[in-house]
Design a protein around this ligand. Structure first.
Ligand SMILES: CC(C)(COP(=O)(O)OP(=O)(O)OC[C@H]1O[C@@H](n2cnc3c(N)ncnc32)[C@H](O)[C@@H]1OP(=O)(O)O)[C@@H](O)C(=O)NCCC(=O)NCCS
Length: 160
């Protein structure tokens, strides 16, 4: 979209309760994660379309326990892997299926590749809902072999 702008946004300036992505659990998580971004614990990137917030994602670098298939692929003996974790990705209901989710994933991967050299990141990770799992697989993420008890799926993108 020609009037699309991606930027780090100030979490305080938004009414997060009003951001509707069609999944109540993700919306609730977004409110919580926006507070973490406000406290400086992670970054919050927004896609503005014609001046309005249409999609959002939060990113934080850290260490997470990875499943066996990921550790094997990375050739790692450590269980915890340095990762860029994408806590929330949400596209406003009326802006879905127009490439914005894909655009934010490509931004996250670009940031991860940059940080790979600086802080030794090895993966990008996230928890997908059953409904969004195929979307992330399309973007090159691998799913764990089984879901978490709450039905979400740990997903991993292996950096080269
Ligand atoms: C899942 C979500 C992030 C996808 O974002 P989006 O902007 O609608 O998706 P895009 O338009 O970028 O789609 C990119 C590609 O994935 C496909 N796709 C989109 N959503 C999909 C889904 N749920 N299942 C399978 N494929 C999907 C598109 O058809 C498109 O395919 P193409 O590249 O071959 O044309 C968005 O629908 C959303 O916010 N949903 C509600 C909240 C949620 O589920 N968040 C993720 C959980 S962490």
């Amino acid at each position: 979209m020609s009037d699309t702008e991606i930027r780090l946004i100030a979490p305080r300036s938004q009414d997060w309760g009003a951001f509707e992505c069609g999944d109540a659990r993700i919306s609730a998580k977004l409110v919580r994660e926006a507070h973490r971004a406000q406290a400086g614990l992670q970054q919050l990137h927004g896609v503005m379309v014609a001046g309005d917030l249409a999609a959002v994602m939060t990113l934080r670098a850290g260490h997470l326990s990875a499943p066996v298939n990921v550790l094997m692929a990375l050739g790692m003996g450590e269980i915890e892997v340095p990762t860029l974790h994408l806590e929330v990705l949400a596209v406003r209901t009326d802006a879905q299926r127009r490439g914005l989710g894909k655009l934010l994933i490509s931004i996250a991967l670009d940031i991860a590749v940059r940080l790979q050299g600086e802080i030794g990141l090895k993966t990008v990770s996230l928890e997908a809902t059953t409904q969004s799992r195929a979307f992330y697989q399309n973007q090159g993420f691998e799913a764990a072999e089984s879901p978490w008890p709450d039905g979400s799926w740990a997903m991993w993108f292996l950096l080269n």
